[in-house]
Ligand binder design. Structure first.
Ligand code: GLU
Length: 476
């Protein structure tokens, strides 16, 4: 028997899309219109570095323009290729629709290893790539708004914003051309932590529904659950940190490029992150057991597996050996379509990428709105809110004096109640609300339709219906 071929990333996304769309009744042609990627631009450009010209290949793919601007990150990695960028752009379309961020889907990538270049070299390369995209309106506040992804962060976004400003000198909204910028360069509080924070909020919402927890063969709360995380980059680090510090989870394995650390009593996420920053990997970390073949730890016993590194890591080869009853896809596409079939049959519950990691683009949406409105959230109303709270406190204190020992305010109540919400609190509140509502829209389909047995199909159904409704509203 010949081994089953693993589809490419884009084929994998299409297979999952097809499985969902078969359960819908879309008008002929519309299904195809939604599935296909509208356009992919490939650019090759040279930059003079270290005494010679180096040629780089970059992409910006636009999957769906049913809403504009289109939105999606730019990644820097050696594995970047057209198939990957198109798969990721499609996922952005569905992700934005699911969490009601009013954008179409896009994605970009540059084939390079950021660790091979000095900061000033990366700046030259980034500015040149941005120049190529800006002059074709593939970076533009009204048309196409990138953000960080693998290998990029707020530093690269600041360079892109500045490059756009130099080329569009009279555009008052220039800051809205990219999100994920540093706070002093037009960014928003809480964007860096947003994707990891979203993973935490998603899990909290999942554990609010005992029926769903039971579907994964578990019971109880998040507290005390064992977590295995792959990738301690921006997303994995924040998710693991918040879950262990705020929800009582135990991080029993951390998988990185050079191997994995295992400690059944729970690893200190902050300490591991600092170790990686100083030593470039997890090897040598004094607490916990180190194994060189890190991906083996994906198969460890745990309650929650968080692949937060890259696509395709749970595939036909290892899917049958995955023991976690619950997988939350913090990365994009970590489970291939073939692995998804195997896991579904085993009864594993998968919280799908297009929902699980949507915290990033949700807070990007808030940042974009902040940039267009030219004012920080909370700036106008905060003191007014505090003044109204003060009125209640004064009244309670009057009662307090009157009733004496019979009645007292709880300690800290006054202090907590008096504080009006700042930008960070508002961003977290908006993100929490988004993650709760989107989960509820998926679970409704999951539980109410006999023909839907998993959250991924439910997520596709919800988001495709929204994209289809936009197209229909345009008369298509
Ligand atoms: N790159 C992130 C993602 O895959 C963020 C995209 C954005 O904020 O536009 O969702």
């Amino acid at each position: 028997m010949t081994a089953k071929r693993e589809p490419t990333f884009r084929e994998s996304v299409d297979l999952m899309f097809n499985r969902a769309v078969a359960l819908m009744e879309l008008p002929p042609g519309l299904e195809e219109k939604i599935r296909v990627c509208n356009a992919t631009y490939t650019v090759r450009f040279g930059v003079r570095l270290r005494g010679q010209i180096h040629t780089f290949t970059g992409y910006r793919s636009v999957h769906s323009e049913h809403m504009e601007p289109v939105k999606g990150g730019i990644r820097y990695a050696m594995g970047v290729n057209q198939d990957e960028v198109e798969a990721l752009a499609a996922l952005m379309t569905y992700k934005c629709a699911l969490v009601e961020a009013p954008f179409g889907g896009s994605k970009g990538g540059l084939r390079l290893d950021p660790r091979e270049w000095e900061e000033h070299e990366l700046e030259m390369i980034t500015r040149r790539f941005a120049y190529e995209l800006i002059k074709r309106d593939l970076i533009h506040p009204a048309q196409n708004v990138p953000a960080p992804d693998m290998g990029t962060g707020e530093r690269e976004m600041a360079w892109i914003a500045d490059q756009y400003k130099r080329m569009a000198t009279t555009d008052i909204n220039y800051r809205a051309c990219v999100t994920g910028k540093p706070i002093h360069g037009g960014g928003i509080q809480g964007r860096t932590e947003a994707t990891g924070r979203g993973v935490q909020y998603a899990l909290r919402e999942f554990f609010r529904h005992p029926e769903d927890v039971a579907a994964a063969g578990m019971s109880g709360k998040l507290d005390g659950k064992r977590v295995v995380v792959q990738g301690l980059g921006n997303v994995g680090y924040h998710a693991a940190k918040f879950l262990s510090e705020e929800d009582g989870c135990k991080v029993t394995a951390i998988i990185e490029r050079d191997g994995a650390l295992i400690d059944e009593s729970g690893l200190d996420v902050e300490a591991v992150r600092n170790w990686i920053a100083r030593h470039g990997g997890v090897d040598g970390y004094p607490d916990g057991k180190y194994i060189a073949d890190g991906t083996k730890a994906l198969e460890n016993e745990c309650e929650i597996l968080i692949p937060a590194a890259m696509e395709g890591v749970i595939n036909l080869e290892n899917a049958a050996r995955i023991k976690a009853p619950l997988i939350i896809e913090a990365a994009n596409g970590p489970v291939t379509a073939g692995a998804d079939d195997i896991l579904r049959q085993k009864g594993t519950v998968i919280i799908p990428d297009m929902y699980a990691n949507a915290g990033g683009v949700t807070v990007s949406y808030f940042e974009w709105v902040k940039n267009l409105s030219h004012i920080r959230f909370g700036r106008i109303g905060r003191r007014q809110e505090e003044a109204r709270h003060q009125l209640i406190i004064d009244e309670l204190e009057r009662l307090d004096a009157h009733l004496g020992d019979n009645w007292q305010m709880s300690p800290h109540f006054k202090q907590q109640y008096l504080r009006g919400a700042g930008e960070l609190e508002l961003v977290r509140s908006g993100l929490d609300d988004t993650m709760r509502s989107a989960y509820q829209s998926m679970r409704e389909v999951w539980h109410n339709r006999q023909d839907v047995t998993d959250l991924r199909t439910a997520a596709y159904l919800v988001s495709i219906a929204k994209v289809a409704a936009s197209y229909r509203a345009m008369g298509l």
